[in-house]
Ligand binder design. Sequence first.
Ligand code: 9YT
Length: 130
Amino acid sequence: MIVRSVEYIKGTDREIYAKKGTWISRRFLLKDDGMGFSFHETIIFAGTETFIWYKNHLEAVYCVGGVGEIEDIENNKIYPLYDGVMYALNNHDKHYLRATTEDLRLICVFNPPLVGKEDHDEDGSYPLLE
Ligand code: 9YT
């Protein structure tokens, strides 16, 4: 059994600050934990917009706090995000993620799992790492 607290993650190499400055990711489970997915808490900072296009991964996200929105670029649709809303990027969907008046607190699962310190590239993507 694996049991980890956010205090255990903070300040370690499982806590990743995006170089673009719009989010922080606390990676509770990574590939080497052997679960077949990775599991993170992400804080999206209020007043920011992040372009994301996970070409190599599927992601499901559950909002547990804050205020924001996700814009599905292909379909030109905007969905509000608040405690209790889930979205799944089942089509490698290009999107904008915005935290508006409050930081968004999101719980995220990636398949295939991230391996460690991945940060978004210029396309808002992560490489597929072994
Ligand atoms: C929701 C989302 O994709 N946020 C960006 C960071 C990512 N979730 C991560 O690496 O934890």
